[in-house]
Design a protein around this ligand. Structure first.
Ligand code: NAD
Ligand code: UD1
Length: 351
């Protein structure tokens, strides 16, 4: 079976994608610095994917290291060739993702996200591996009057994190243009991934106080945080709270498998695809669904709007649905149930 390199494979989205890829029979090299994850994640991935007859333990190799280490990257590609099993494709999750931290420390973000990606592409080119799926983000889109954002929406990231995502997309476009008959590239622009694997073995495990809504909700519900603060109740939406396109992390993971297989099967190309459900949910709707599905109540209060927020972001996902034959089928209830199961089974994350 084909061998893939998964950068950032110990992280939230990467680990769920490893489950999907292993189930499909791929052999994985996972490269992760564990600056925002725990090495134990991969043991859990093996636990979920292995059964008594076919253990996946020998199909996933965890390498602790940083993308900015060019020698390490070169060694991974060259060792694979030497073993007669070259790396045939890369899914590139590794990167830093906090908007706040990127504003405080842009140098760190540009170095890790952009220089790390340059190193990766340099090694890929050198060792003739030219298929890559990149974790981009809907955060690169600027303000738009459209209710649903297509891939052609105006691009205008508002913070250094978003700028680094756009920079890597631009880099990939230039690399593609330099040899359009060689490179296979997919920029996947995620909307708001939440939830967890239905086993409760893997999930989102943010360091410190979560910035994003869903992990904050699960931690308040678990009693780890006192209450949820909802940023703004005067937005121009039906209930006055912001609307986002929440997507189950397992649907997102399946999108990666399909994008990779599409690239491997088709002619060299570069494609930009939105991965969202195309459905909008307000903050209050998410909180209410979480409470009712999990039969609990959680304290919340309203505060003023958060700087940089916009009232509504929903994907026009028609391109991903048709190009990949992708079917994001898990609903908001599934996201809330699975995310809560992960939280209750792992009250302190992977610790
Ligand atoms: P995550 O932090 O859980 O996973 C990223 C992983 O990359 C972590 O395990 C981290 O240790 C590793 N890493 C970071 N920098 C590295 C480096 N220089 N070298 C090696 N490993 C490194 O984040 P996630 O939520 O799984 O996101 C994965 C990717 O998707 C990121 O690139 C992120 O920017 C992007 N993305 C995430 C979201 C989201 O809401 N989670 C939305 C849009 C895009
Ligand atoms: C945020 C980032 C975006 C990044 C994405 C995924 C900002 C402005 N945007 O998107 O760049 O790609 O995370 O990492 O930071 N909310 C609350 N209370 C909270 C937390 C959030 O009310 O404690 C609200 C927010 O105001 C927003 C919604 O919940 O309306 C979703 O927030 P969040 O989960 O942070 O995602 P985004 O803002 O969409």
């Amino acid at each position: 079976m084909k061998r893939l390199l998964i950068t950032g494979g110990s992280g939230f989205i990467g680990s769920h994608t490893c489950v999907v890829l292993l189930k499909q029979g791929y052999e994985l090299y996972v490269l992760d610095s564990h600056c925002n994850s725990h090495p134990k994640v991969i043991d859990r991935v093996v636990k979920i994917t292995g059964d008594e007859e076919s253990s996946t333990i020998n199909k996933v190799f965890l390498i602790e290291g940083d993308l900015r280490d060019q020698n390490l990257l070169n060694k991974l590609f060259s060792d694979s060739i030497y073993q007669g099993k070259p790396i045939e494709g890369v899914i590139h999750f590794a990167g830093l993702k906090s908007v706040q931290e990127s504003t405080a420390n842009p140098l760190l973000y540009w170095d890790s996200n952009v220089n790390g990606s340059i190193n990766l592409l340099r090694s890929m080119d050198q060792f003739d591996c030219r298929t890559i799926v990149f974790s981009s983000s809907a955060t690169i889109y600027g303000a738009s009057k459209k209710s649903f954002l297509p891939e052609t929406s105006p691009i205008n990231p508002l913070n250094p994190y978003g700028q680094t995502k756009l920079a890597v997309e631009k880099l990939l476009r230039d690399v593609f243009k330099s040899s359009p008959n060689k490179w296979r590239i997919s920029n996947l622009r995620y909307f708001n991934p939440i939830g967890a694997h239905s086993s409760g073995e893997i999930g989102e495990d943010p360091l410190g106080i979560p910035n994003n809504l869903f992990p904050f909700i699960t931690q308040v519900a678990a009693g780890r945080r006192e209450k949820l603060t909802i940023f703004g109740k005067d937005w121009p939406t039906l209930d006055g709270t912001c609307i986002r396109d929440y997507i189950h992390v397992m649907d997102l993971a399946e999108g990666h498998l399909l994008a990779l297989e599409c690239l491997l099967a088709e002619e060299p190309q570069l494609m930009n695809l939105n991965l969202g459900t195309g459905l909008g949910t307000s903050v209050l709707e998410l909180v209410n669904t979480f409470q009712s599905v999990n039969n609990l109540e959680m304290p919340y209060e309203f505060a003023s709007r958060r700087k940089g927020d916009v009232p509504q972001i929903i994907a026009d996902n028609s391109m991903a649905l048709s190009r990949l034959h992708w079917n994001p089928s898990r609903n908001l209830e599934d996201m809330c149930r699975d995310g809560w199961k992960w939280q209750t089974l792992n009250p302190k994350g992977y610790l």
